[in-house]
Design a protein around this ligand. Structure first.
Ligand code: GAR
Length: 218
């Protein structure tokens, strides 16, 4: 299975994926292309450091022309014949036009426990709401905003001391574990989708504690 990674930021999730690939964890899923839509995306450097083809497709060159932008993304992807597109901090919505080329083959990582807090800049929103447990979600991408079927989630407590940056860091440590796991399951053909239901075949891990409470009970 060949996959591309789309990024807009520093690329720490991309780094987690590339390290997982190098360690053999991705079960044969091979990262073949990185596309960043922002010139400042550190992800381009991360991709290049690992010898993965890394391309800058500037979103700003396509004002009010999402289709033009997506056509360019597809052109860049075409020679690689990827089976999967991973959105790792990609801050753009993809339209049905793009998604129809990869049915149930685009996944995204989001820094909240969906369906709560979809959208952008969700760290401060969760702190302001006084949410106690948040986390990260890997989900299939549909035409909505962070609304596609959920593959895996991990929970993180929001400590009193956290500002948005500290919360983002705490959630990232979970993101870096979830995203390679989801790619591995897809490569192994262990994910079955039936409408909104996503079923992991051949469950291998075990749950030590079935609840997670924060603040902790006395
Ligand atoms: C991650 O926290 C990711 O969940 C978030 O952007 C960050 C990218 O960090 N994604 C979104 O907000 C998507 N709307 P990274 O560039 O270090 O991987």
């Amino acid at each position: 299975m060949k996959f591309a990674v789309f990024c807009s930021g520093r690329g720490s999730n991309l780094l987690a994926l590339l390290k997982a690939y190098e360690s053999g964890f991705l079960s044969g899923a091979e990262p073949v292309a990185v596309i960043a839509d922002s010139h400042y995306a550190g992800a381009l450097n991360v991709g290049r450091e690992f010898g993965v083809y890394s391309s800058f497709v500037p979103r700003t060159a396509y004002h009010d022309n999402r289709e033009g932008f997506e056509k360019r993304l597809l052109e860049v992807l075409a020679p690689f014949e990827v089976d999967l597109v991973v959105l790792a901090g990609f801050q753009r919505l993809l339209s049905g036009y793009f998604l129809s080329k990869f049915p149930l083959r685009v996944i995204n990582i989001h820094p909240a426990l969906l369906p709560s807090f979809p959208g952008s800049h969700v760290w401060a929103k969760q702190i302001d709401y006084s949410v106690k447990l948040t986390g990260a979600t890997v989900h299939f991408v549909d035409e909505g905003v962070d609304s596609g079927p959920i593959i895996i989630q991990g929970a993180v407590p929001i400590l009193e001391s956290y500002d948005a940056e500290a919360l983002s860091e705490a959630i990232l440590t979970v993101e870096h574990r979830l995203l390679p796991q989801a790619v591995r399951w897809l490569a192994q053909g262990r994910i079955e989708v039936n409408g909104r239901k996503v079923i992991l075949k051949d469950l291998r891990g075990s749950l030590k504690d079935k609840s997670f409470i924060y603040p902790p009970l006395d």
